[in-house]
Design a protein around this ligand. Sequence first.
Ligand code: I6G
Length: 674
Amino acid sequence: MKSATAVAARIQALRNEIDHHNRQYYVFDAPEIADAEYDRLLRELQRLEAEHPHLITPDSPTQRVGETPLAGFGEVVHRRPMLSLDNAFGEEAMGDFERRIRDRLKLDDEEKIVYLAEPKLDGLAINLRYVEGRLVLGATRGDGSRGEDVTGNIRTIKAVPLKLQGDDWPDILEVRGEVFMPKDGFEAFNQRAREAGEKGFVNPRNAAAGSLRQLDPRLTAQRPLTFYAYGFGEVDPAPIADSQSDSIRRLRRWGVPISPLHEVVEGTQGCLAYFQRILQLRDSLPYDIDGVVFKVDELRLQAQLGSVSRAPRWAIAYKFPAQEEMTQVEAIAFQVGRTGAITPVARLHPVFVGGVTVSNATLHNMDEVMRKDVRPGDTVVVRRAGDVIPEVVSVVPAKRPHGISPVILPTRCPVCGSEITKPEGEAVARCSGGLYCPAQRKEALRHFASRKAMDIEGLGEKLVEQLVDEGLVDSPADLYRLTLEQLSGLQRMAEKSARNLLDALDKSKLTTLAHFLFALGIREVGEATASSLANQFLTLDAIQQADEALLQQAPDVGPVVAAHIVAFFRQAHNREVIEQLLEAGIHWPEIERQAVDHPLSGKTIVITGALNRPRDEIKRELLALGAKVTGSVSKKTDYLLAGEAAGSKLAKAEKLGVAVLDEAALQTMLEHAQ
Ligand code: I6G
């Protein structure tokens, strides 16, 4: 058993170590240990404190999360008002800002103004009050004079030190800065919220604000909030340095995180160059920013300049173009992509956002449309971040006109009229037109010709493009109708290349069933699945006739793939293209059935009359044995399975001398090889 002093020493050592790792992570962005190791330290501390509760202190890292929800937030009167910032949009406004400063300070033209430049985070401003190095209060800005006491929630944010490092801090130190939620944490939080059937937040800023206003700090503790400091409230004794830049760097030494992107720049030119640098970085930053802030660096000059109408004269926010704006949805259209994916697109009343005029915004897929409940006539928030395609973020419910209806997924492709399918559990709806759909034509042809499909040498993406654009090829079957004359008429196509292509097309006609199946470009039928289908069913006919349940007997084929295959062959135009390809001479060697040696395999059977078992079930069993099931009796028919009240088919079979089986006889044959 450890002595009381040894326990107290271990507790102190653990606290120091945990605080150190917090600083390495949040202040210096240089973590030294893995999360698991950090958790281990925290657990050891929790255990020791539980065993020795009299050693618990409020600034222990275990004491970040309070247990009791509040009834409401108390009011805080700020000792120094929390000011706001004037905004500048454009270079001219930046020039005006510098001119106003020069005039007020009566500076000569040669005297340069030095600024501290920082990104402007899109979060929530807060004031942290440290008394003798201990965090005693965390408050929101509120109206600038009075805010809300959110200390319990602020304490849960690990980036906020409960205790300052070192001992050279002023007795009273109020730190101002921004609480924010990084983009990845925001996405993860929203994902979880959605999975739990909740709504989630529209953007990281709202998420940060909503999280700080939780009455139960245990909930705030689960939100991935963090913090950067940028300024000061009450400081006593003051000042802590002569310049803004030195002051915030001192904060960093005391363990308070500041933006790693802060820089000292000179004159308007320096400011504009910094603005451009950060604008370039904007989309790659792990958090949202909406501009940059410039502050006259020297505190003596700040004091001379003072403030006006709640904003300091010595600082300005140079804003980026807004990435979100509101506008109205005029219609919702459905676009068909190269692979048949149907994408709902909102046609918008044109709006200037992210630096360009936007009149279309993606809605990604039908699940998104339903989740956001976007309807034609709605007012929506549109976001365009960097080069990303503009998207509809959310609907503004208060602005919804009466009586507008929800959007319904069309049943037919807007381009080719084929059926649209949306398998259970998949977000994306697709046109099943495949080879036939003009929207998918080029992609389908490129795939058809590719090495692992029909392996048509020399028929690459560029040539496919040319052939389709010139109107020479619509479907893969058209490829086999191309003439030397047509091909040599194409730009950049010498006669020799044209001849080579015709030879390659000819050569491709001898293929395998697996290659051919793969070439058809059926959704989710890759090489392996095509091969598995070929080996299981041996003939194209058998695959075309199989239903979803039967298809799933092939290894590799699950319900989704089976549904895609059935949907593909259900389309008359797909069957037509296949027929034309076979007529053009595409063929493959017959596959020998290896495993099954059954008297019914390879036999052609017709089913008629009323049977005791479902017809589909019998058909499936026959196909699985390698039999062919056809619709009408001919000389080629080997057996007619005749149930009750069999009519004309039975008569015809008798006339042609086709063997007739009843259900019992068939059953005996089915069981033959088992
Ligand atoms: O709202 C703010 C964001 C960032 C600020 C600010 C800031 O500096 C980087 N600085 C001041 C002085 C104020 N608001 C009032």
